[in-house]
Ligand binder design. Structure first.
Ligand code: ADP
Length: 202
């Protein structure tokens, strides 16, 4: 059985920075955000269903999903939003499982901002939380995205609180220091996960 480590953390906590380090060590990363885009690429059953339901004006000239138009359509319409979620959530789940099964590194990482909120931890042997003080989450995100503080705070409100998330962690990476410190912690965790993978095979 594939040994899966779920990686999560609030916006700006350093998930991408951490998973990039695991990737350098040869570990396959399955990223829920990437999967969410893959399932609506041109030619997919989901994109076809969306076009049939909402009309072709939801597509760009190149035949891709116009995300902004879709967001506007479901933004203030709970029924349409539910329809969309019922279509996308199972498709995303299926694709995540398939990518986890196909991964061929000693263990595999499932990275998702909403891992715990969406119940994806059930596919994981361990949950690693990337943790940083909220003030750092905000300042790093503002610097990365050039987005207004209010927007970042709104996203944080839709995510689990820091303490709730930490309660569900098996491992915690404290990302309140330098990038070198992050790298060191990733190396230590990597050794532990490799050992756990070997133990599981015995
Ligand atoms: P997430 O994926 O959790 O939203 P990122 O990994 O993108 O967060 O990190 C947010 C921003 O902060 C990025 O620009 C990243 O390079 C930077 N960052 C992350 N960790 C550190 C750190 N320990 N020191 C300095 N900058 C960091």
């Amino acid at each position: 059985m594939t040994y899966v480590v779920g990686v999560t953390g609030g916006i700006g906590s350093g998930k991408s920075a951490a998973t990039a380090e695991f990737e350098k060590l040869g570990i396959t990363i399955v990223d829920a955000d990437v999967v969410a885009r893959q399932v609506v690429m041109p030619g997919t059953p989901c994109l076809q269903a969306i076009a049939e339901h909402f009309g072709n004006q939801l597509l760009t000239e190149g035949g891709e999903l116009n995300r902004k138009a879709l967001r506007q359509r479901v933004f203030s319409n709970p029924q349409e939003k539910e329809w969309l979620n019922k279509l996308l959530h199972p498709a995303i789940r299926e694709e995540i499982i398939s990518q986890l099964e196909q991964a061929d590194s000693p263990y595999v990482i499932l990275s998702a901002p909403l891992l715990l909120e969406n119940g994806l931890e059930k596919y994981c042997q361990r949950v690693l939380v990337i943790d940083a003080p909220e003030s750092l989450q905000i300042s790093r995100t503002i610097q990365r995205d050039d987005s207004p503080k209010k927007e970042v705070e709104a996203i944080m409100k839709a995510q689990l609180s820091r303490s709730e998330r930490l309660k569900k962690a098996n491992d915690v990476l404290n990302n309140d220091g330098s990038l070198e410190q992050l790298e060191q912690q990733v190396l230590q965790l990597h050794q532990r996960y490799l050992a756990a993978t070997v133990a599981q095979e015995k």
